[in-house]
Design a binder for this molecule. Structure first.
Ligand code: NAD
Length: 485
């Protein structure tokens, strides 16, 4: 295959590439240059209706296709993602603004891992049996739900899109999927890969468009029985409002405001190297980035000096340049939001230790959306800067004296997605891990992911867990069968 990004993207419905029924399109902008480089279908409920029709027609065969056959097709998709790594990585970078080396190192390899992981997983998925001594035996069937909806965000486009689609298909469902309208290109290319891999028509339908029209039509459709959503807490609330009275299964992976707790006894070099990554990787646009850095008082000044010096060295610029450490912010809208958060931090009395301004690279990126990595101190735990998600290259520093104070600061948040703890004291690490209100805790590391582990957040960070058997269970309906002996 020879994949390339076209001028006009099509929907992938019933195994075909189709224009939106209403004939309307949205501009797709490369954030590194600020210029329009393709058109995206502005699909609505009519396209969703057609996709649901295709999925209904495909479901009887796909849900009864032997596991080994499903495995072969999903594994072939993984192989084709790997074989088309360069084209997919370039498309991801042009859509999202992330450095090309990062797309090649993380985003695209992870997309193929997602397919490979759930392709093999379906061969090993097993259910429970409960025996009632000599009275009866129960066994639990886990049957595919039917038609499910998968909606994903712009920060890790193909990575998070496939993280939902792969388990949904592996479990035997047919899928209506919508990527973010801000970064649609790699999911369009995934449709071409699915055609090449021999995925039967209608099993996966990829419909492009905005959230309020296209995404909302997926959520509201009565024949779509489960919604797996990753995105903002705001949109998650709207989705739950529609889906709950319809008794749909929902999995919501939402925002974060993650604490990074640094104790004086940490492995300094490793902590420092990793904290730069956990603060600014992907321009800070990862839901797992640690945006509130909490530092034990005795090392606060030392940390500040070295962290600021290292942050200043991060090269911001053209995502296609190998030397670039920070690419473009994903869109003008998001760039404006991040800049307004920096202005708010100043109004709230914060001190900008480094960054705080936009960057204008020379050459082709002079009209793109770039922001300096920014470090802020002097703000308390309850101010808006420390309570609201910024989702950009902006972190704050706060100091603590005791474990209790560290915990109080860490848990002063409406969110509870992830936390990082840096200490060489294993007992303290366990104590803190027990008490921090987050679904994911990393001790002396960050973003180390085993795809078998539960992934998701407490509080306003979401409902449910993805990953491993949690994902396979979400995408199936358990049915208990009791047989009297
Ligand atoms: P967003 O909520 O604006 O959009 C996410 C997706 O939902 C897009 O496809 C969008 O078109 C769609 N959408 C928006 N409104 C909708 C509605 N009412 N009904 C149905 N669909 C709708 O989020 P975003 O700006 O694309 O992504 C950034 C957010 O995602 C951040 O808050 C970040 O923390 C979160 N995120 C969370 C995780 C996680 O695993 N918890 C991972 C990545 C990103």
């Amino acid at each position: 295959m020879n994949l390339h990004a076209p001028d006009t993207i099509a929907n992938y419905i019933a195994g075909n590439l189709q224009a939106p029924i209403n004939g309307k399109y949205i501009d797709n902008i490369n954030p590194a240059t600020g210029s329009v480089y393709s058109q995206i279908p502005d699909s609505d409920k009519d396209d969703i209706e057609e996709a649901v029709g295709a999925a209904k027609a495909a479901f009887p065969l796909w849900s009864t296709t032997p596991g080994e056959e499903r495995f072969k097709i999903l594994n072939r998709i993984a192989e084709l993602i790997d074989a088309n790594m360069d084209a997919l990585a370039l498309a991801e970078t042009n859509d999202n603004g992330k450095p090309l080396w990062l797309s090649k190192k993380v985003d695209i390899p992870r997309a193929s891992s997602n397919f490979r992981f759930f392709a093999t997983g379906l061969l090993h998925f097993a259910t429970e049996s409960h025996h009632m001594e000599d009275k009866a035996v129960n066994y639990t069937l886990r049957q595919p739900i039917g038609i499910v909806g998968c909606i994903s965000p712009w920060n890790l486009p193909l990575y998070l899109f496939t993280w939902k689609i792969a388990p949904a298909l592996a479990a035997g469902n047919c899928v209506i999927a919508k990527p973010s309208e801000v970064t649609p290109m790699t999911s369009y290319l995934l449709g071409l890969i699915c055609m090449e891999a021999g995925l039967p028509a209608g099993v996966l339908n990829i419909v492009h468009g905005g959230g309020p029209k296209c995404g909302a039509a997926i959520v509201a459709h009565p024949d779509i029985k489960a919604i797996s959503f990753t995105g903002s807490t705001r949109a998650g609330k709207e989705i739950a409002t529609t889906a709950a009275p319809m008794f749909k299964k929902i999995s919501l992976e939402l925002g974060g405001k993650n604490p990074n707790l640094i104790f004086a006894d940490c492995d300094w070099d490793k902590m420092m190297r990793t904290t730069i990554q956990s603060s600014f990787s992907n321009q800070g646009e990862i839901c797992l980035c640690g945006s509130r850095i909490l530092i034990e008082e005795s090392i606060y000044e030392k940390f500040k000096t070295e962290f600021v010096a290292r942050t200043k060295k991060l090269t911001v610029g053209d995502p296609l340049d190998e030397q670039t450490r920070q690419g473009a912010i994903v869109s003008k809208l998001h760039y404006d939001k991040v800049m307004s958060c920096i202005a708010l931090a100043k109004e709230e009395g914060g001190t900008i230790l480094t960054g705080g301004s936009s960057v204008t690279p020379e050459g082709r990126c002079s009209t793109g959306y770039f922001i300096q990595p920014t470090v802020i101190e002097g703000l308390g735990p309850h101010c808006r800067t420390n309570m609201e998600e910024i989702f950009g290259p902006v972190v704050t520093l706060q100091s603590f004296k005791t474990e209790e104070e560290a915990l109080m600061l860490a848990n002063t948040s409406d969110y509870g997605l992830a936390a990082t703890i840096w200490t060489q004291d294993v007992s303290r690490a366990n104590r803190m891990a027990m008490k921090v209100h987050s679904g994911i805790i990393w001790v002396n590391c960050w973003l180390l992911r085993d795809l078998r582990t539960p992934f998701g957040g407490f509080k306003n960070s979401g409902v449910g867990r993805e990953g491993g058997w949690d994902a396979m269970r979400f995408f199936t309906e358990p049915k208990n069968v009791c047989i009297e002996l």
